[in-house]
Ligand binder design. Structure first.
Ligand code: KG4
Length: 302
């Protein structure tokens, strides 16, 4: 079995190849540098870059894996959720490839990819588990009863956490992406601002009011940007912990996993380990969007 996985849900074009469950290559080409100019992802540009990057990415992945493309037996692609244009480019590429190679076509939900990205480095999977998925486009807590059966327990009604961090980072004139920059300048002793009250644990995640509050604070006060960035990150991590704790107790679940670009965050990782010592954190190199996690989920689920 040779499985080729394709990820194009946002601005990262990824292709990974597995042979009999062993990963042979995992190539990533990102259009982040282009979006950096605008301080955020421009969907139309992201979709066009996928179209440009997919073929070079495929050639590189094939070369690294040292396989013959005609031996590919399964083509996997991210079907949802994500930027519609980006997803469409990936789908058309995957379908064409599967027809050409007479390979089986499998679609994977992007959330499942992030939720199982821990499995790229932790081989044992125990059900049920609760997964925290935090990225530029997603903020969700999901319950996986088994590999094919999951329920979204809570998700954001507006902005995703990565998006909020990126927008606040831009206003603080930090390097793009803001989430990564806020992580770098976070200082525990400088988390001084009393921001808005936390939501009740069972209420859905919501960050747009929080974001407006912080942007107004930046506009109206002579602020220290390390103090604002540190207070913002502390508030967001506390908000996650309040909700995660609630669902872990409610469903009496022992296994917690975490994935998505924001799960690279140092404070979040430290606090998750402190509160849930058994948490299975995704290795940092697989937190951001990548095709390895899409291929891994297809292998687990099929
Ligand atoms: O999973 P991902 O690559 O894809 C999207 O959904 O876009 O996540 C990207 C997000 C960005 O918002 C970025 O700011 C955030 O992940 N991010 C971080 C860190 N590294 C990346 N946020 C907080 N701390 C980090 N170290």
């Amino acid at each position: 079995m040779i499985l080729l996985a394709i990820e194009t849900s946002c601005d990262d074009t990824g292709i990974a190849i597995f042979k009999n469950k062993q990963m042979l290559s995992n190539v990533l080409m990102s259009s982040t540098l282009i979006h950096k100019k605008y301080g955020g992802i421009i969907p139309e540009i992201a979709a066009r870059k996928h179209e440009e990057n997919l073929l070079p990415c495929l050639k590189k992945a094939i070369k690294q894996a040292r396989i013959n493309i005609n031996d590919v037996s399964h083509v996997v692609y991210t079907s949802e959720p994500g930027l519609p244009g980006s997803l469409h480019v990936g789908k058309v590429f995957a379908k064409s490839l599967a027809i050409l190679l007479k390979a089986k076509l499998i679609k994977v939900n992007h959330l499942c990819g992030h939720a199982f990205s821990f499995a790229l480095t932790h081989k044992r999977i125990k059900y049920p588990f609760i997964s925290l998925i935090v990225s530029g486009g997603e903020t969700a807590i999901c319950l996986f009863k088994n590999k094919n059966n999951f329920k979204i327990l809570n998700k954001t009604t507006d902005d995703a956490i990565g998006e909020v961090l990126d927008k606040i980072g831009r206003r603080l004139k930090l390097n793009y992406p803001g989430g990564k920059s806020i992580d770098k300048i976070y200082n525990e002793n400088k988390s001084k601002y009393q921001l808005i009250k936390h939501f009740q644990p069972e209420q859905p995640f919501s960050f747009s009011g929080f974001k407006t509050h912080v942007l107004n604070l930046i506009n109206n006060k002579n602020i220290d940007r390390v103090e604002v960035a540190s207070s913002v990150l502390r508030w967001i991590v506390d908000e996650i912990l309040i909700k995660l704790n609630h669902y872990v107790k409610l469903f009496k679940v022992k296994v917690i996993t975490c994935g998505g670009g924001v799960s690279c965050n140092s404070l979040l990782r430290k606090e998750l380990i402190k509160v849930f010592p058994n948490v299975l954190l995704t290795d940092k190199k697989y937190c951001n969007d990548n095709a390895a996690m899409i291929g891994m989920y297809a292998l687990i689920a099929n």
